[in-house]
Design a protein around this ligand. Structure first.
Ligand SMILES: [Zn+2]
Length: 170
């Protein structure tokens, strides 16, 4: 993935995004998963394997302990689930399987017709999870400290992979 020069504004279809939205939702690095694009975020409400969001399900997958999973499932917000996930003792092979786990969860989420259509409607817009919490694994942090770090954008890449596969049978 090549870094987009700061001066370049990623062009979005004018029919879907107003000028104001473009300023809020994009910067030199890509698209923010906010506003009308919040459905791309793992915090977006979407039942996935009985969990209220992909975030809940992903955090729960870090452990094989049933009680801990149940606790994460009932976390009131995805942010809280994320926080709980940080305190878990990770299953031994977590590093090796976490990308695969995320892909499975995203496929489940985007098998829902309205979400699948919304994803398809992003056309060929580069999906880069621009964030400001220094996550350069799943996204690409836009803070000053991370200016010279190119985020791996694994979340964006998985979303684009699913998008590129086109229509699915509902
Ligand atoms: Zn940062």
């Amino acid at each position: 993935m090549s870094r987009t020069p700061c001066t370049q504004v990623i062009s979005l279809p004018s029919s879907t995004v107003s000028g104001k939205d473009t300023a809020i939702l994009t910067n030199a690095k890509g698209l923010r998963f906010r506003g009308r694009y919040s459905f791309l975020s793992n915090f977006f409400p979407a039942i996935v394997y009985g969990y209220p969001t992909v975030e809940h399900a992903y955090q729960a997958a870090k452990t094989t302990d049933k009680a801990e999973r149940t606790g994460i499932r009932s976390a009131r917000t995805p942010a809280l689930a994320k926080k709980m996930g940080r305190q878990l003792k990770l299953r031994h092979n977590w590093t090796e399987i976490k990308l695969e786990v995320m892909e499975t969860l995203l496929r489940k989420k985007f098998a829902v017709p309205f979400l699948h259509k919304a994803l398809a409607a992003t056309g060929d817009i580069p999906l880069v999870e621009v964030n400001y919490w220094c996550d350069n694994f799943w996204g690409d942090c836009g803070c000053q400290k991370c200016e010279n770090i190119e985020g791996q954008n694994h979340l964006g890449k998985l979303l684009m992979k699913i998008r590129s596969e086109g229509n699915i049978d509902y």
